[in-house]
Design a protein around this ligand. Sequence first.
Ligand code: ARG
Length: 460
Amino acid sequence: MALWGGRFETKPDELFKLFNDSLPVDAALALQDIDGSIAWAKAIHRAGVLSADELARLTAALTKLRSEIADHPTLPLKDPDEDIHSWVERRLIEAVGDLGKKLHTGRSRNDQVATDFRLYVRAEIDARFAELKDARRALIDLADRTKTVVTSGYTHLQRAQPILFAHWALAYQEMLERDAARFADARKRVNVCPLGSGALAGTTYQVNREQIAKDLGFDAPTRNSLDATSDRDFVIETLAAASNCAIHLSRLAEDLILFASQEFGVVEMHDSVSSGSSLMPQKKNPDACELIRGKCGRIFGALATMSMTVKGLPLAYNKDLQEDKEPLIDAMRQLSMCLRVLVRVLDTLKVRESRARDTALDGYANATELADYLVAKGIPFREAHDVVGKLVRVAITKQVRLEDLSIDEMRSVDARVDNAVYQSLALEAGLKRREIAGGTGPGAVAAAIAASRQRLASSA
Ligand code: ARG
């Protein structure tokens, strides 16, 4: 059933109808459309438009339709209606007759769709909270399992200084914690209710907008009807939070892909989250992480799509805005999958302790410790840096580690070196010296694990 047509002489062109209809996409908002409709029915009942009996009949029919859709979410897809609003209204009229035609009194699809979509985005954000929480839990658990595993930290992807593997895991937990905070912040501005804004200028019926907002779990009604029906910055903001999260996940995925390569060999991904090659029998590919890395493009693409859709739109509603749903729905679905798959990757991840240790031992990652040792002997840091650089060159030429150079070899570079140097070169010694809040010292990391767990437990 079309919601309009009275003023038209001809039926829509077939291709145009295909172009214009949004049901294949906005069918995903069926439950929200019904919830919004029930709240609207109550509102116009309170405003004197519907009798108590009419309200009861409408609400009963809408509730029945709701449970039908909850059981069969794809139900609307087989019908030729223009959008989910037309579909719900048609089904309502089929159920209660002419009374169904009263529901749209004082409402426009413009305030209706903005309300539906805010309800949808809010539910999606809440679902991401739960998934982010589980991903953070998995990272903290991984940190717990690897709090004694020493590995190399990198800058410029060159071995830099030894760190605990746990410290690496906790870095990503920090990122995901901020992502959750960004979603929470976006949610505040998502959670306002446009109903009562009408098509653009506000409804003519004296509905209680505070009460409608409350009925739908919104914090407040929107304040300007032109803005409420036509802005989608709540979508842009949510997609920005999603993109930031996807960017973090892509970095995490890339680290794991590198660590799992034969060249690093520091982690092994479980068979259950890896794929094989159709040609090369020996291959075990980190497809789960590659897809997590790859989805980032698509999720960020949704942010770009939405930003460009709203750019330059004249006030108020324009049909361009119908393009808001597909990117958001897809981006949130993909982000959800990424987070859930990541949890499986992390929970089954094997960290190869001795190989990790070798990466820390082999890359002259203790060179900074040696410089600090010289500084402690009163040598200015710049000079110490130069001496250690020379010692590293000697070690590279001899193809040995710094600690494998004899004391004579060291003293030939700088006579101030003595036997105590070897203690400073031990991996654990270097870590212990980083017992600073936020550092990779074992005590600092243990405290960080405990603090992260506590914040996780108290987060929404
Ligand atoms: N399908 C439309 C959308 O998603 C619903 C609003 C249509 N409003 C209108 N005046 N044509 O934006």
